[in-house]
Design a protein around this ligand. Structure first.
Ligand SMILES: Cc1cc2nc3c(=O)[nH]c(=O)nc-3n(C[C@H](O)[C@H](O)[C@H](O)COP(=O)(O)OP(=O)(O)OC[C@H]3O[C@@H](n4cnc5c(N)ncnc54)[C@H](O)[C@@H]3O)c2cc1C
Length: 385
């Protein structure tokens, strides 16, 4: 498998995750998943192994790996259980935002705890009225002396019940046009004026909760604004979403790889008409297409990660990776069900889970329709006539 340009230490990190997944996660995942249980045991182990500090700088206790390594670690976790990769998703984006745009005080306050996982963070963008059209958002923070008062609601916020920190995108200048010029990322902890609802029932991505947040007069200081300068939040978050979309692409890679591995194994074990089913050309062709698309998806993802690591704008590349890898994961999951025949539909095998987990990567972190809009806009911007 192409490894990208990982250092020896980073390769070791990926191997460590791979071992954790094979020895601990894959043997237990079905129990946790089917009963929708929060995977406390795995989260504790992930804290101990440093997975929550992947994007935090070493001086704050983090591991500070490249985005390519972050993507490979994410893929390995998702190969075991996509929910575990989801548990570090929004958290890592917020680490990246604080590392890149935060004040020294914000870095000191949050990064050490985020690195060891004692503070787990999530990002709150989507509202009940819409997630794609973020500029129509209604959650506001209104200045009141040295404080801001937050009102509004967010929905589908992953890991919210276990979060010690919310990276909230909201309006801080209602008169700004276009609206994105009046948005800020506010770093807020749970407390008075913020209610986290019960978890929303969902198709897959089980074990890890998604909740609604209601802000009703939540007060924060000026020092809660990322970088302590208001109205820069849109640009900050768009950069963060480049990391987030690479992470979602990598989650899709993990699900796709798991489905492909299971299909390749099953196609050799199962026989019909006196031979292993992979020798029937239709099944062999399915496997060939699955493996080819999976490889292409991984190369696109590593390409986007390397672009980001080079300090270049990577929204188009991250969008392409997220679009292709998620559609590929969905297709591979469906084809893995085909290869497994009736057993593909059974709870005794993992392929039905891949099929329920894959659609999240099509919708989350900006739907694939929105990714196509981003890709098209960048194609034109980068190729003017
Ligand atoms: C399990 C789960 C976890 C999530 N976790 C988080 C989280 O942690 N934080 C967070 O902020 N959000 C989270 N989300 C929300 C997710 O990011 C949004 O659901 C997503 O961005 C889409 O927003 P929406 O659901 O409001 O759909 P809508 O925006 O209403 O879109 C509906 C449909 O219209 C299409 N559409 C809309 N506008 C356009 C357009 N301009 N061009 C083409 N098509 C368009 C969309 O592609 C989609 O097909 C999560 C969602 C789920 C399901």
């Amino acid at each position: 498998m192409p490894a990208g340009t990982l250092t020896a230490d980073e390769q070791q990190m990926v191997e460590l995750v791979s071992e954790f997944v094979d020895q601990r996660v894959r043997t237990r995942v079905r129990d946790y998943e089917q009963d929708d249980i929060y995977p406390e045991e795995f989260i504790e182990e992930m804290k101990r192994l440093g997975f929550f500090g992947l994007l935090a700088p070493a001086e704050y206790g983090g591991v500070d790996v490249s985005t390519a390594c972050f993507a490979r670690v994410t893929e390995e976790l998702a190969r075991g259980w996509m929910s575990l990769a989801g548990a570090i998703g929004g958290h890592s984006v917020i680490s990246y935002l604080i590392k890149t745009f935060g004040t020294d005080a914000q870095k000191q306050k949050y990064l050490p705890g985020m690195a060891d996982g004692s503070i787990r963070a999530t990002m709150a963008l989507t509202e009940p009225g819409g997630g794609s059209d973020l500029q129509a958002m209604r959650t506001t923070a209104t200045a009141d002396g040295d404080e801001w008062i937050i009102n509004g609601s967010k929905t589908w916020i992953s890991n919210a019940a276990h979060s010690g920190l919310f990276g909230l995108l909201c309006i801080t200048d209602r008169d700004a046009t276009p609206a994105h010029r009046g948005m800020s990322v506010i770093l807020t902890e749970p407390g008075d004026g913020l209610v986290v609802s019960k978890k929303l029932p969902k198709l897959g991505y089980r074990g890890v909760e998604a909740c609604e947040l209601v802000f009703d007069g939540r007060r924060v200081g000026n020092d809660a604004i990322l970088g302590e300068v208001p109205n820069k939040g849109w640009a900050h978050m768009m950069r963060g979403l480049e990391v987030g979309r690479i992470q979602v692409a990598a989650r899709a890679l993990g699900v796709g790889q798991a489905a492909l591995d299971d299909a390749v194994r099953y196609a050799q074990q199962r026989e019909s008409f006196g031979k292993p089913i992979w020798k029937h050309q239709s099944v062999g062709n399915l496997l060939a297409d699955m493996a080819t698309k999976q490889r292409a998806a991984r190369l696109l993802t590593l390409d986007a990660a390397e672009k980001l690591d080079a300090g270049e704008r990577a929204d188009m590349e991250a969008g392409m990776a997220k679009l292709f890898a998620s559609e590929t994961a969905m297709q591979i999951a469906l084809d893995a069900i085909r290869v497994h025949g009736g057993y593909g539909y059974s709870k005794e095998y993992d392929v039905e889970r891949y099929f329920r987990d894959a659609p999240l990567m099509i919708v989350g972190e900006g739907t694939n329709e929105i990714q196509r809009n981003v890709i098209a806009a960048q194609l034109i911007a980068r190729n003017p006539i």
